[in-house]
Design a protein around this ligand. Structure first.
Ligand SMILES: O=P(O)(O)OC[C@H]1O[C@H](O)[C@H](O)[C@@H](O)[C@@H]1O
Length: 349
C-alpha cells in the first residue's frame, strides 16, 4: 500500500509529506531569519525554554545537544507555572508556534512579573501581541505548518537565540552540516523509494496494528525517543510509548512478563547513537536477550552523520517519515489532530 503514491497523495490532504520533505529548507530559512535577529542580553545565569509539544521538543533538543558545552543550566518548562529560581538573570524563551498555547502564555506572564530577560519565538498569536506590547524581542517564524512539523524553526531559532545572547559559539557550521545530512537521508525515506529499500516504510509496517515502544538513551537520544512517541500519536493517530536507557533497566524491564498476549504486540525500537555510553551499549545487548522472546520484535535504528546535531536530526527524520507512513497504513491524514482541537474547544468554554 505504501508504494501506491496516488493513494498516499489522496490521504495526505494537508501536505504533511511535503512539510517533512522540506525540513532541511525549513532549517535553512530559520538560520537566515535568526541572522537578522538581534537583542541585548546581559549577565545570564540560567536559561528557561517554556513551551509545549513540538515547541518544547525543540528546546529539549537544544538542551541535550548543548549538555556538555554550556556552563549554565538550561531547563525546559512544560508547566503552567515557572520555577522559583527565575529572575532578572534568566534568559526566558517563550516558544509557541501558534502563539496561543495557554500553558506557555501563563508562564510568559509569570516570567514578566519576575523581571526575566524574555525572548518570544512564535508565528504570531497572543504571544507576539503581548511581547511586542511589553517591549520584548520577538523572533517571528513563518506560519502555515502544524507546530510539530515546525521543529526545524523551533530548534534552530532557539539555538541561535542562545548564540545571540552570547551563551554559545556560533552553531551555523554544525547546523549546515546537519542540513546536508538530512538532504541525503530524505532521498532514502521519501515515498518514491519503494518499501524494500525504505527503512521508514518498513518500520511503519512493523508498527501497524501493534504498539511501538521507543527506547532512547539518557544524554543522547532521550528526546528523540519522546519525539518519535509524539509523532506516532499525532501523525499516525496511534498509541505509542517511550522510555530511556538506563533508567528502564531499573524498573520497566521487570514488566516484560505480563500480560503475555499484549507483549506480543510490542515492537521495541532502540534508537542508537555513536555517543551512547559504552555501558549503555552493553545494557542494550543484554536487555535484548531478556525481552526478545516476550515481544513481537526488537528493531534497531542507527543515527547517521558526523556531528551530534546531524545524528540527532537523522533519527528525528526517520521517525517523522515513519509516523506519516503509519498514518497512511491506518488510512488517515497525518495532519489533523481532532482530539486536540476538541479538547481546546472545551477548555475555551
Ligand atoms: O507550538 P504551539 O503552537 O504552542 O503548540 C504546542 C502544541 O500544541 C497543540 O497541542 C498542537 O496540536 C501540538 O502539535 C503542539 O506541539
Amino acid at each position: 500500500m505504501l508504494d501506491d503514491l496516488n493513494k498516499l497523495q489522496e490521504l495526505d490532504k494537508e501536505g504533511m509529506l511535503d512539510a517533512v520533505y522540506h525540513l532541511p529548507e525549513q532549517m535553512e530559512e530559520a538560520l537566515s531569519i535568526s541572522e537578522g535577529f538581534n537583542f541585548k542580553a546581559s549577565n545570564i545565569k540560567n536559561v528557561v525554554v517554556s513551551g509545549m509539544g513540538g515547541s518544547a521538543i525543540g528546546g529539549d533538543l537544544v538542551r541535550v545537544y548543548l549538555m556538555d558545552r554550556v556552563r549554565i543550566p538550561i531547563l525546559v518548562n512544560r508547566a503552567y507555572s515557572i520555577p522559583a529560581f527565575v529572575d532578572g538573570s534568566t534568559l526566558f524563551i517563550a516558544s509557541s508556534y501558534s502563539g496561543n498555547t495557554e500553558e506557555t502564555l501563563s508562564t510568559y506572564a509569570e516570567a514578566k512579573q519576575k523581571g526575566a530577560q524574555i525572548v518570544a519565538i512564535t508565528t504570531g498569536g497572543k504571544l507576539k501581541e503581548m511581547a511586542l506590547a511589553d517591549g520584548y524581542p520577538v523572533l517571528t517564524i513563518p506560519a502555515g505548518y502544524q507546530p510539530r512539523a515546525a521543529i526545524g524553526y523551533s530548534f534552530v531559532t532557539t539555538l541561535m537565540t542562545l548564540y545571540k545572547a552570547g551563551i554559545i559559539d556560533d552553531p551555523k557550521g554544525e547546523i549546515n552540516d546537519a542540513i546536508g545530512v538530512l538532504k541525503d537521508l530524505r532521498e532514502q525515506l521519501k515515498p518514491e523509494v519503494m518499501f524494500e529499500d525504505n527503512n521508514a516504510k518498513q518500520l511503519a509496517d512493523d508498527f501497524y496494528g501493534r504498539l511501538p515502544v521507543i527506547y532512547g538513551s539518557a544524554g543522547t537520544t532521550e528526546i528523540v525517543a519522546q519525539r518519535w512517541k509524539g509523532q506516532m500519536s499525532e501523525n499516525g493517530k496511534a498509541m505509542a510509548y517511550y522510555n530511556v536507557f538506563s533508567e528502564l533497566n531499573h524498573n520497566e524491564i521487570v514488566g516484560f512478563e505480563f500480560p503475555k498476549e499484549l507483549l506480543k504486540k510490542f515492537v521495541i525500537v532502540y534508537l542508537q547513537d555513536d555517543e551512547d555510553h559504552p555501558r549503555i551499549k552493553r545494557r542494550m545487548e543484554i536487555t535484548r536477550e531478556i525481552i526478545e522472546d516476550a515481544v513481537y520484535k526488537v528493531d534497531e535504528v542507527q543515527a547517521v552523520g558526523g556531528t551530534r546535531l546531524a545524528r540527532l536530526f537523522s533519527l528525528i527524520y526517520i521517525g517523522d517519515y515513519t509516523s506519516v507512513y503509519l498514518a497512511f497504513l491506518n488510512g488517515t491524514d497525518p495532519s489533523p489532530v481532532k482530539r486536540i482541537s476538541y479538547l481546546k474547544d472545551q477548555l475555551a468554554k
